[in-house]
Ligand binder design. Sequence first.
Ligand code: ADP
Ligand code: ZN
Length: 623
Amino acid sequence: MNETAVRPASEAADPALDALRRVWGYPAFRGLQHEIVSHIAGGGDALVLMPTGAGKSLCYQVPSLVREGTGVVVSPLIALMQDQVDALRENGVRAEYLNSTLSAEDARRVERAMRAGELDLLYVAPERLLTDRCLELLDGSRIALFAIDEAHCVSQWGHDFRPEYLGLSVLHERFPSVPRIALTATADPQTRREIRERLALDDAREFVSSFDRPNIRYTIVEKDEPRRQLLGLLNGELRGAAGIVYCATRKRVEETATALRAQGFDALPYHAGLPVEERAANQSRFLREDGVVMVATIAFGMGIDKPDVRFVAHLDMPKSVEGYYQETGRAGRDGLPSQAWMAYGLQDVVNNRRLIDESEAGDEHKRVSRAKLDAMVALAEADGCRRVLLLRYFGEASGPCGNCDNCLTPPERWDATEAARKLLSCIYRIRQASGFGFGAHHVIGVLRGEREDKILERGHDRLSTFGIGADIDARTWHAVLRQLVARGLVEVAHERYGALELTETAVPVLKGRQQVMLAKASLARAERVKGGRSRTRTPGADPALAIGLDEDSAGRFAKLRVWRLDTAKSHGVPPYVIFHDATLAEIARRAPTGLDDLRGIPGVGATKLVRYGAALLEALSAA
Ligand code: ADP
Ligand code: ZN
């Protein structure tokens, strides 16, 4: 207490803010962080819902420093504990972890330190925590709080279910007076309820933060040649930037990674079919080196807290808006401009539909899955602000964002009433003539009057709708069809290989009683939106442009990154553990010449200033 007496009153009054500034070098809390931290520091329980990248970790790390004893963090991701602990240690925090990767000797050392009260934070895998040995260790230690990270893992409905999480209610029974904080980025009410029930968090205060990620730019383009389109995106200012490319299948992952490597990208594959060691090695390179592109199935990503992922690209459409948001949310945790880009086509709808229909799930589950897919399709086909739709999906109202494709280049709309009628009646006629429906390619072929074998064999060239749409090109017809599917006028039935069927909603349009305005989906527009094209840089350029640095600063930024990579390698930690891109960018902008110039730069805490300040200045002044 002596210490506080000499500090200015305002600082002493808020030990949490003081810790944030001193240890992390951040000037202020973000969003709900301050409230959450105060609540936990005061001994309350909390359920925290924040999108990826919003800053959940500080919500338990700061109170762990402020409260007496050790903060115990339950985290399911053993492979990432080491990095989290390294990052804390770089800031001078006394952190350790206990999991199966530790030798018996190291584990004993950690346990001793814990009992002696020498730890600020201890990360533990859930299965480890539930052992008698670990519970006894906790009995014999002073505990500041329990943090349960990725708390949605208790949900049996979710895709990340971990049975060990169900055992965590023991924490409440055994340590009733220790505050608990459960955190997740999964926001739906069902999961929230389950977390409360299963973790006995009935009285916990709920903190729901805005799910907006303003620095992420959303773009969804019509899928044409997805790999070429992806290259179009990456060959601009994103060259040299770290990113994730999601594909639906292992095969596509492999092919895409190979194609990107052939174009000079440092691309690595990741999917459940790869040997464990190869997966681990690829993940480690992604985390520890700059500018690696991970091409992956959704098996990759949970718990990856690499802050400088500059883009997340989807070559196939996710099954739900939740999935899309979680995956795209891995971009730009450092708050710098980042891209979420997706190529989407009708085949994505067909494939996802088939997966749902052929799954073993019960009818109710299938109904829910279909509704989720419909919402995803609606997002992909939207002609208004993507962010408004995304946030509305999570129950938040907002206005046009100015940072999505549709805001930046509003799609032109056209009166598609006549075209829609032609398409709908063509689907109807074909079904009437054959007794069953046909797929998009066939229907559009009939509309355009193509004399293809399949059309002639079926006698569809004699239908009244044959050739009535010859004036519109096939691509436009596909765009019209996709939008009609998204609006629920047409259904894609998987049992017949993507056969098209009309729904009740189609009737008023078919009868000419309802006007249909559609967005002009043109490839030209898709090309314009990605922006980076016009300023194409040489291969291997650093992504300074992507984060908005001028030429002088970009030069310093490049020097700093080289220094950081060397330092990270010699310390055996990922580069962002030394300093984030955002911090390096700010240093580059300020062009510091002495240690005093570094003080107050966000991300330069007291420990890092001492540890790296001089080396960093030296790196900057070197020619
Ligand atoms: P989450 O776990 O919610 O995905 P993190 O805790 O990893 O997010 O935080 C995301 C990034 O934002 C981290 O790199 C973190 O250092 C940074 N961050 C969090 N809170 C702040 C803050 N108050 N000021 C500056 N940076 C912050
Ligand atoms: Zn927008």
